[in-house]
Design a protein around this ligand. Sequence first.
Ligand code: AMP
Ligand code: ZN
Length: 455
Amino acid sequence: MSKVRIYNQLTKNIEDFNPLDEKNVKIYTCGPTVYSYAHIGNLSSYIYWDFLIRTLTLSGYTVNRVLNLTDVGHLSSDADDGEDKLEKGAKKEGKTVWEIADKYIEAFLNDFRSLNLIEPQKIARATDYIQEDEELVDRLIEKGYTYETSDGIYFDTSKFKTYADFADLDLEKLQAGARVEFSNEKKHVSDFAVWKFVRNGEDHAMQWNYRGRPGYPGWHLECASIIKKELGLPIDIHTGGIDHIPIHHTNEIAEVEAAFDEKLSNYWTHCNFITINGEKISKSLGNVYTLSDLKERGFTPLDYKTWVLQGNYRTARNFTFEDLTSAKNRRLNWRNRIAALYQSSRMEHEKDPNFKKDEVLELAKRNLGSAKILAYIDNSNLSMEDWEYVDELLGLDLINSTPDITKRLISKINAREVARVKHDFRTADQIRDSLVKKNITILDTAEGPIWQYLS
Ligand code: AMP
Ligand code: ZN
């Protein structure tokens, strides 16, 4: 059997995936900072990883996956300055930081479910791991990797010899480039806070006492602590967005490997970014679309998931509403093909020799080639069993309520036929109109009337 192949940032190559354990795979996904609604760019990453999980599962692995929720404020820039994201959200909405976190966690989990994403085995809130964070900082201090400044405890990246490797960083160039504004007490521009102090007079709602003074953990620490506690070192696959490579993941690796002398993860896989109409997703451009915005324009979360699966996680994508419309129509066409199967006797027998489930899985295993699978489905005749398999692999909820709808509709369709035979067109039209309200249309074909979804 062929192996699943994925990109690995450690080697900068697409590689065969070989887990530590033959059967069980440990995966960690960096989750959202919960201070506002997730936009469609954010959500694309979880869709790609859902496809990874489904591919691994159908390839015979049992997946143990952890996703974190960053509910402790980290700062609005990846470096250790700028405003705290959660504090900013709280001020804006007149709520406490804890209320903000709860509100957006719930919203995120709703989005997750509406995209039919397989729920991770563990969803970990960063604030539940403060003790582990403190123990990690203790270790880093004891092992001589840190130094203190007036605003926190910093990791000295010059002491971690392989620091630049993961992201191919040119540290000298970085240092030179930063010289002008580099006036704080950090020794090197790449050094980062593992613990920040709450300074006198500073208003910081989330704080914990550590070594006799109030403070809060640096952002990268939470993933390190959660992985160590929930999955154990090393893990098989760590996923995130490409923005995480140069800072967040580079720092996670430094913290874990320096503290525990163990490798953090064997594979690191990142997804590329989405632009909208050729532009970066940003508040100032007014294009921070959420799933609710798509719904308002008549699209379902699964239409969006279909659009995402038309591409590959490694490729930058440009989102347009025209392309989303095509994706929506593609999914509609598939659902209607399934509806047609339910209404015909072909359901049990007619098997297309051109469509093979193991070929579909093979495409998935090749660096998550969902786009090719979608094209393959367009061009073959699938049996019900094939559709069930496709639904399991893509998670597009294609079959959903089709059998129930068919059962409920048969009597209505028959009643309409009876009315038509009697030339009672008023009743026939009434039945048709009532079905339109339920998103169903009736087509009269040579084989008799069949129903279809309208959208
Ligand atoms: P955040 O909540 O800001 O940490 O972002 C959550 C996830 O969304 C991260 O993994 C980011 O890498 C990812 N992300 C942010 N913006 C985009 C985008 N425009 N396209 C794709 N992924 C994104
Ligand atoms: Zn992380």
